[in-house]
Design a protein around this ligand. Structure first.
Ligand SMILES: Nc1ncnc2c1ncn2[C@@H]1O[C@H](COP(=O)(O)OP(=O)(O)O)[C@@H](O)[C@H]1O
Ligand code: SF4
Ligand SMILES: [Mg+2]
Length: 343
């Protein structure tokens, strides 16, 4: 086995992304003194081969910014991205092909003026995936992978439901035979019943194709039965990483705990509001001193206001950026056995 075969599918180190602000009156009001917005503030993360890693956090925490850097559609301000152990520099055709993205809105990757067959054929020819004589057969194979029949080849994207369009967008991403899929909230816009079928599809594709998947969601419940591991993001930082079952049974960051407690449950009397999140996250123009979660944390003390906790190893395969990760482990959880997908 070579070094690159042992390397994670993707690895990011010290990734930051800042946006400089405009000079309009609105941006001056929003920035409250600072001239840059920090969307990512030192992110370290690895996507292992063949795993589904969930990336979870509230809107604005930096998830899409990280996804865009991973597929090369924007560059980081600092830090590195490695693909198969090789630092990704200027994106060449081959590295672009191997990391594909699926979006929340499948319309953004499906040209509404082209039939499904034309969309797939265009990609297969552009990337020389199969000989021209096999393009139709390959298109039908791709549709089969996402649970669709050959008769949709002559239809336009507008003729499909949201769930079917997402299947087509996934088929499109798979056409160039990637080894990594970055899925940015691919079920957030779908009905709950449809969400479950798309989640099943991701699980099947991972198993059948050996794909490595970074699955982004703003809600933890969505990823509970899909992800092998979960990374929790808050205000541009990863604050906890853990195998999924351990994260749910013993969260070691109060923000993770709050996300778990906010999952709707069928069991009456299980609600615990101690960790309930108040209001919106702080502005990324004005990140709080010390631990960035302290203004919303029920465990915060003076030490938390003064010290910015690093993401540290707290056990086998577990990382937390909380000064009280051990104390949190002693606070019992509500019953999490009867969770349901969010409405
Ligand atoms: N192109 C951009 N210019 C300025 N600010 C941006 C840009 N893209 C994202 N942001 C800001 O960066 C932060 C993170 O955004 P984003 O990565 O979209 O978060 P998420 O996907 O978790 O909702 C937000 O405060 C957002 O407003
Ligand atoms: S370091 Fe302190 S404020 Fe930050 S999450 Fe942990 S307990 Fe809360
Ligand atoms: Mg987003």
């Amino acid at each position: 086995m070579t070094t690159t075969e042992k390397a994670p599918a993707l690895q990011v180190e010290g990734l930051t992304k800042s946006y400089s602000l405009g000079t309009s009156w609105l941006s001056k009001v929003l920035r409250r003194g600072s001239s840059t917005l920090t969307a990512l503030d030192g992110v370290d993360l690895e996507l292992r081969r063949g795993e589904v890693l969930a990336l979870v956090g509230e809107s604005g925490s930096g998830k899409s910014t990280l996804a865009k850097i991973l597929v090369g559609s924007t560059g980081p301000t600092s830090g590195t991205v490695q693909h198969d152990g090789v630092v990704a520099g200027k994106r060449d055709r081959e590295s672009s092909r191997r990391v594909q993205m699926v979006f929340q809105d499948p319309y953004s990757s499906l040209n509404p003026r082209l039939t499904v067959g034309a969309v797939l054929a265009e990609l297969l020819r552009l990337h020389d995936v199969v000989p021209r004589s096999e393009v139709r057969a390959e298109s039908i194979r791709l549709l089969g992978l996402v649970g669709m029949e050959a008769d949709v080849l002559d239809a336009y994207p507008s003729q499909f439901s949201g769930g079917q369009r997402q299947r087509l967008a996934i088929a499109r991403a798979l056409a160039v035979r990637p080894d990594v899929l970055i899925a940015d909230e691919p079920v957030s816009a779908l009905d709950v019943s449809v969400q479950a079928t798309i989640l099943e599809l991701f699980a099947r594709l991972r198993a059948e194709l050996g794909l490595s998947v970074l699955f982004i969601a703003h809600n933890l419940a969505v990823v509970q039965h899909l992800a092998d591991r979960v990374a929790v993001m808050y205000l541009g930082r990863i604050v906890e990483v853990a195998p999924t079952a351990e994260l749910f049974s013993s969260p070691r960051h109060p923000y993770t705990r709050a996300l778990i407690d906010s999952i709707p449950r069928m069991t009456a009397g299980s609600v615990n509001d101690e960790f309930e999140l108040d209001g919106e996250p702080p502005s990324p123009y004005d990140v709080p001193s010390g631990c960035r979660f302290h203004p919303r944390c029920p465990l915060a003390d003076d030490g938390c206001r003064a010290t910015d906790p690093a993401l540290l190893t707290i056990g086998p395969a577990r990382l937390s950026a909380c000064l009280k990760a051990d104390e949190l482990a002693t606070i019992p959880l509500p019953d999490t056995t009867a969770t349901e997908l969010p409405r």
